[in-house]
Structures are given as structure tokens and as C-alpha cells.
Design a protein. Sequence first.
Length: 66
Amino acid sequence: MAPEVAAVLRGDPKGKISVLLYAAAVPLAFVHRAIAGAIFVAVALMWLVPDRRIEKALADRIRAGQ
């Protein structure tokens, strides 16, 4: 991974939210499996959305190399 991308992802809110949602889904699985399953699907869908900060960091790196 490029150092620029690593710097962009530090303190990534999406990663923190994912951990919190997973931590909530595990005990909820004992209460209602459908709710836990919906949370797991929501986290997976959340990661399908591209992070524009990564694209910007890579574009800046390409421009700096030219």
C-alpha cells in the first residue's frame, strides 16, 4: 500500500463504525438472527462504496511523479 493511501486511511471512520456494528451484531444474533444478519449485510455494503480519499491520494501521487 502506498504511504499516501495509508496516511489517508488513518483514523478511518468507516473502519471504526464497522467494528462497532460487528460488536453489536454478535450479541444481537442471540436475540434475533435477522437483525444481526441485516447488520452484517449493511457493513458489507458499506465497504462496497469506494472511498474518494484513496482515489484523490493516488491521483496526487501520479501527478507528483510526472
